[in-house]
Design a protein around this ligand. Structure first.
Ligand code: PEP
Ligand code: MG
Length: 741
């Protein structure tokens, strides 16, 4: 049975068109089950449409329709369960569709196609004789339907793209609104080209060396266009491109291919494709995205080989850039003043292009659903990268509405940004510390603002993930020192390495069935004291004569982990004092509360640590047993779930009189921050763009009047009610416009 299932699924997935795919589905299913008829109904806005059939009248395909709840097929869709009838025409729900000519059929078995909790269609098999379908037949059809539902849904979506459609959606990779003419960038070359042997093999390697040198020059010119404020991780992308261009192993592989007689183009395609394939199979989103960097680099080398060209001149008109996959280098090449927005048909929110777009403040939508490049060429595009939607040739009234919203937003944003220079104090005079979550890079400008109290979370993983080996103690020291210096006297919380889980290191593969419950965070560091001590030493020595370092330990679940960290911290400190022959400041040591065990043990542990920081991202994941990166259960991952609210309230209660903060995504959301303030949090750490809006929120709230809201929140029955209560409060105090930021 498994083989038959697999064959059907594969053939349906491989079909070139939607029509072919649904026709294959009914033909193969009918043959596999040996029935007289098989039909597929797909659900659209108008109801269930007979979309393919082997056995019903061909004229009815694409014409016959049933509503939800109408006839037996409609009942299956409405009740979301299988119906198995020995003699369907005698059933009271049976509805005769004259155009389908199904009178001759009696036995009837129908199952719903369900994708992500939504019915997308119904699959039916019928037979002329009256008989009950067997249990095996039922389970075969159910299994087939469950495997086909996502594919059928995808194909139906893609099919609709051929109709003139004007509104599309994708993932918002950088928030904002843009309205401008589009420019589609088509790749000048491709990695999928026919392999060619050279007629002058001795010239190929020098030719490729020349192209590599021109690519390096071109990248250098692009990097010069980088704004000096852009973060280090963006710089690191371009540095890593440059490093690849002189990587001895890569160069050797290129040379070998050329010496075997292949053209330089073929050498590039072969070597780079192999490297890209290695990244493509990685389960980690971050690393998979690095495959796109390689592809970008390969295409740049190939275009230098085909026609060495200068960089594109900067556009003269405002534009929205559209491509199958926007790369970071494309953004720089076509960026500048005129670039208003970006639409990428592929790519993820972790791609370097997405990171760069956020850093440049350019609204961007990636992974756009059901749209083709041709539909977007040279069109007026309205991009709403707040909701993840965009319109092609939008109505004038809609453009006007968005222009007003955008102008309001821009004005409001500027005001909020200006206010950051003032202390963050609420209407009733309570001070709130707003801190920055920083992964790397320039934070000096934000740290100079009076309303920003320091860095509340500096994640050190990016530094470890961006290299091809463990960064040396000196390298780490330079990075930490840079961060501590930029904060100019304000505290900086540096977190020790939190890899494992969804963040594996390329040079330290960990294979586990359940990585989030596995070897991650402090568990891994304590099993490798030689690495952990190196990191602690780098932090302590970076802090010499600055004294604004606070060290944070992730994923703590046991008291002895705290004790081991204290011991290693003191060991590192003593070693350095001796080596440098000078006294060094002792940094504060804090723990993250993100494992439920830490929350429950907190009252016993508080006297042993200097501070506590709640990691609401992981705390939500572990409290609700919902993987934070799995979109199948994305709707269940809810930081406003009453259990999470209770947990955060408990931390605040236990920690009265102690230093405690929250550094998960929640602190940067308007509703989240309001909730935390109501629960008693006064230290909130968030991403840079959230600082302005949250600062504005605090300055316009009366914190002493949040008592009733707190009670209502703790009493709420579900996440939806929690959100509703928060929204209502924002409306009451006239701050609900902030929810759009
Ligand atoms: C958290 O879990 O809330 C947190 C801040 O850490 P990270 O997102 O890096 O796991
Ligand atoms: Mg965490």
């Amino acid at each position: 049975m498994i083989n038959t299932l697999r064959q059907i699924v594969q053939q349906v997935s491989r079909a070139e068109t939607v029509e072919q795919s649904v026709t294959d589905l009914v033909n193969l299913t009918r043959a596999a089950m040996n029935t007289d008829c098989c039909s597929l109904y797909l659900l659209d806005e108008l109801g269930l449409l007979l979309s393919a059939s082997h056995g019903l009248a061909t004229d009815a395909i694409g014409q016959a329709r049933l509503q939800l709840g109408e006839g037996i097929v409609g009942t299956v869709a409405l009740r979301e369960e299988l119906i198995n009838l020995a003699d369907a025409p005698t059933h009271p729900a049976f509805k005769r569709l004259p155009e389908a000519q199904e009178d001759e059929y009696r036995a009837f078995l129908a199952v719903p196609l369900v994708h992500r909790a939504n019915v997308v269609g119904v699959l039916v098999v019928q037979q002329r004789i009256a008989r009950q379908f067997s249990e095996e037949e039922e389970s075969f059809l159910i299994t087939l339907a469950s495997q086909l539902a996502p594919r059928v849904h995808q194909r139906a979506l893609a099919g609709k793209a051929s109709e003139p459609r004007r509104c599309f959606s994708g993932l918002s990779a950088s928030p904002g609104i843009a309205i401008a003419q589009s420019m589609v960038l088509k790749p000048k070359t491709s990695l999928q080209q026919a392999e060619q042997l050279s007629s002058q093999p001795e010239q190929e390697w020098p030719r490729l060396q020349q192209a590599l040198a021109s690519t390096a020059d071109e990248l250098l010119q692009l990097t010069e266009r980088l704004d000096s404020d852009l973060t280090d991780d963006i710089r690191m992308v371009f540095d890593s491109y440059q490093m690849l261009l002189v990587d001895p192993e890569l160069l050797r592989s290129f040379e070998q291919q050329c010496l075997q007689g292949w053209c330089a183009e073929t050498a590039v395609c072969r070597v780079m494709q192999q490297a890209i394939n290695r990244f493509a199979t990685m389960s980690d989103d971050y690393l998979r995205e690095r495959g796109s960097d390689l592809q970008d680099l390969a295409l740049r080398i190939l275009s230098q080989l085909s026609a060495p060209s200068a960089l594109a001149s900067q556009p003269q008109q405002p534009l929205i850039l559209v491509a199958t996959e926007i790369s970071a280098t494309m953004l720089l090449e076509y960026g500048g003043e005129q670039l208003q927005g970006v639409v990428s048909l592929r790519g993820g929110v972790n791609s370097h292009a997405a990171i760069l777009a956020r850093a440049m403040g350019i609204p961007a939508i990636v992974a756009a659903d059901g749209v083709r490049l041709e539909q977007l060429d040279n069109k007026l595009i309205l991009l709403d990268a707040l909701s993840g939607q965009f319109w092609v040739d939008p109505e004038a009234a809609q453009v006007e509405h968005y222009q007003q919203t955008k102008a309001q937003r821009d004005r409001f944003k500027a005001v909020m940004q200006q206010h950051l220079g003032e202390a963050c104090v609420s209407q009733d005079g309570q001070a709130v510390q707003l801190l920055l979550n920083a992964d790397a890079g320039s934070v000096a400008e934000l740290m100079a603002q009076q309303g920003v109290s320091g860095v509340g979370l500096y994640r050190t993983e990016a530094l470890f993930m961006a290299s091809d080996r463990f960064p040396s103690e000196q390298q780490q020291r330079r990075h930490y020192r840079h961060m501590l210096e930029q904060a100019s006297g304000k505290p900086v919380v540096i977190r020790t390495l939190d890899v494992g889980g969804d963040k594996p290191l390329p040079y330290m593969p960990i294979r586990e069935d359940n990585p989030f419950l596995g070897w991650r965070g402090i568990r891994l560091c304590l099993d490798h004291p030689e690495l952990f001590l190196g990191q602690l030493r780098a932090m302590i020595s970076a802090n010499a004569d600055l004294d604004n370092l606070r060290i944070l330990i992730p994923m703590v679940a046991r008291l002895d982990e705290i004790h081991q960290c204290q011991r290693l911290l003191h060991q590192a400190l003593a070693e350095l004092v001796e080596e440098l022959d000078r006294p060094l400041p002792v940094p504060a040591l804090g723990i993250m509360v993100e494992v439920p065990a830490a929350l429950l043990q907190l009252p016993k542990w508080l006297s042993q640590v200097d501070f506590v920081s709640v990691g609401s991202n992981d705390l939500t994941q572990y409290l609700l047993a919902v993987d934070r990166n799995n979109d199948r259960v994305g709707q269940q991952y809810d930081s406003y779930h009453p259990a999470v609210v209770q947990a955060m309230a408990q931390v605040a209660e236990h920690c009265q009189g102690h230093s405690f903060s929250l550094c998960g995504e929640l602190a940067g959301e308007i509703k989240g921050a309001l909730m935390l303030l109501a629960l008693g949090y006064r230290d909130l750490s968030m991403n840079g763009p959230a600082l302005g809006p949250i600062h504005y929120l605090v300055r316009n709230l009366d914190l002493s009047s949040l008592g009733t809201l707190k009670e209502q929140l703790l009493d709420a029955r579900d996440g939806q009610q929690v959100r509703h209560l928060l929204h209502q409060h924002l409306v009451q105090v006239g701050l609900d416009t902030l929810e759009a930021f």
